[in-house]
Design a protein around this ligand. Structure first.
Ligand SMILES: [Zn+2]
Length: 551
């Protein structure tokens, strides 16, 4: 890993510089809320010096204002701890801001036309890249094919990721560059979609995506840094002050480290190293990393056990309800997965494993159970990312093993119709089962899995509380028994997400000595109509005592 020592020295020097005078700021006249030991606590003013909170004041406490303080009038707006997304993809989100946006495309043709328009505006791009299509939303419900792209892109390779990032749709030029033909075998944990003559049609699922990806020129570290800063600024504008980046490689980690050195991190990043990726064993052997200002933490890994439900890649114990004989894909066999998990735990890294289907979830919990016992690693707070479809008997295992369920509320409201098709009415009882997990004392850390879903945390809070989409459908919420209370939802995006990142002592709530990470918003989410929570707008965002976004 590059230059940890340089990183630390630079930061220590800048933090200790005697030229820096402490600046105290008071923000008064706010409707403030924070979590205090699982209870909601209200306040009306907050005082902080540099990066740390001095005190919060309730409305009947008097404030002894000093002349040298900077005073900000909150004008009655709502102030919350900075929200934390426990599972997002910062680089992909940044790239998605610079690519063809296929989200909510109505038909395959409509998606093609969006790519055509994008290519016209960006004639220099060698590959046309995009993301966000979802064949389930199209009238045909069928996977798209290379043919529809070839008509408009005979010579330029096109690479369009499905909304969940678990499948890619390419044209014939891209397949030619990757030397894909009838004889190309699907790799383990991947699938090449073929026509009835065995010819690849242009859609590659899970591990098969790599056949194309490896032909696309990689981003340089500098390109990555530019994209990351764009991405993080956008996230700050939505009220996120911290993100757990769910699976990065060593180049991406280096880009973050350089940004920390250059003091260019607008929000905090908790990085998970993707296993396996380049030099992963070496990086783990060098140990965990934490910048002195806590803007970058690296103490976890991300492993993927299966695919996703939409592309039928999630590994189920029984058959898919809408595809007899098909059980989805495990990306590694049990022995290989155990080896990744054990290596990471032994190196002192928290293990965060993606598991969507009930088979993948069971397998991950089984391995965790053995490895936690063998290596005494319960305190690592290992996590299951998504924990989407669970056997009812696996639900109590989360709290027993101290395993955190890292879940995305908007997946439930986006997937609701598709999920019932895929797994049927019985297995759905253990799917997106927030209430059952909370009742079994599990900790749920909230996220969005951006760019799979929008990173807007108010969409997530709204979905958690209502189990409804933004049209407020279905009427009483989808499987309303699984709703969270407003406080539980708030906690999942603040203190519990902080706990999931081993950072609850510095972020996730507002109290003396904690980091000055908070947001001012235009809507009191605790007193206004639940149906409107998703429309909340962020007015200002502070991270580490610095104003990083101002509307
Ligand atoms: Zn993800």
């Amino acid at each position: 890993m590059m230059n940890i020592r340089t990183l630390i020295t630079t930061l220590v020097l800048s933090l200790c510089s005697p030229l820096l005078l402490a600046q105290t700021t008071l923000i008064k006249n706010v409707q403030g809320y924070t979590i205090d030991v699982n209870k909601l606590r209200q306040f009306s003013a907050i005082q902080f010096t540099d990066d740390k909170i001095d005190r919060i004041f309730t409305s009947n406490e008097s404030i002894n204002e000093q002349v040298h303080w900077k005073i900000i009038d909150g004008k009655g707006a709502t102030l919350l701890p900075g929200l934390i997304d426990a599972h997002g993809h910062v680089l992909s989100y940044g790239e998605s801001l610079l690519q063809v946006d296929l989200v909510d495309s109505q038909t395959e043709h409509n998606a093609v036309i969006r790519a055509v328009n994008f290519a016209k505006k960006n004639p220099k791009s060698i590959w046309v890249k995009g993301r966000g299509w979802n064949q389930v939303q199209w009238p045909s419900k069928n996977f798209p094919t290379a043919k529809s792209l070839d008509q408009y892109f005979p010579d330029k390779p096109v690479f369009l990721e499905r909304v969940d990032g678990h499948a890619v749709w390419v044209n014939s030029k891209a397949m030619a560059i990757a030397q894909i033909n009838k004889n190309t075998k699907s790799p383990i944990g991947g699938e090449i979609i073929r026509d009835n003559k065995g010819q690849p049609t242009g859609v590659f699922i899970d591990n098969a995506m790599e056949l194309i990806v490896k032909k696309i020129p990689a981003l340089t570290i500098n390109q990555q840094k530019n994209i990351l800063v764009k991405s993080m600024n956008s996230l700050a504008s939505l009220g996120l002050t911290s993100v757990h980046d769910a699976g990065i490689d060593s180049d991406n980690l280096q880009a973050f480290q350089e940004l920390v050195n250059e003091d260019k991190m607008p929000i905090r990043i908790n990085a998970m190293l993707y296993l396996p990726s380049k030099n992963w064993q070496k990086i783990l052997s060098e140990g965990i990393l934490k910048s002195p200002d806590d803007m970058l933490n690296f103490n976890s890994v991300k492993i993927q056990a299966d695919g996703a439900l939409g592309s039928r890649g999630a590994a189920l114990i029984g058959d898919y309800s809408d595809h007899a004989g098909h059980k989805g894909l495990l990306l590694h066999d049990k022995k290989e997965l155990t080896q990744y998990i054990d290596t990471a735990m032994q190196a002192g890294f928290q293990v965060n494993t993606h598991a969507i289907g009930d088979n993948a979830n069971k397998m991950v919990l089984d391995i965790y159970q053995d490895s936690i016992k063998t290596y005494k690693t319960k305190a690592l707070r290992n996590r299951v990312e998504h924990a989407q479809v669970l056997r009812l008997e696996d639900i109590p295992r989360f709290s027993k093993l101290g395993v955190i369920a890292s879940m995305q509320a908007t997946h439930a409201t986006s997937d609701k119709n598709m999920a019932v098709d895929r797994i049927g009415s019985e297995r759905i009882l253990g799917a997106y089962a927030w209430r059952k997990l909370l009742n079994a004392n599990a900790i749920i850390a909230a996220g969005s899995d951006f760019p799979v879903e929008s990173p807007n945390p108010f969409f997530g809070l709204h979905a958690s509380i209502t189990r409804q989409d933004k049209e407020n459908q279905p009427k009483n919420g989808w499987i309303p028994e699984e709703k969270m209370t407003p406080i539980e939802a708030f906690r999942s995006f603040t203190s519990h997400a902080a706990y999931a990142g081993h950072q609850e002592s510095i972020v996730g709530s507002l109290a003396q000595g904690k980091k000055a990470d908070f947001i001012l918003i235009n809507n009191n989410i605790f007193t206004s109509e639940e149906a409107n929570i998703w429309q909340t707008k962020v007015l200002k965002t502070w991270v580490n005592g610095k104003l990083v976004f101002d509307r």
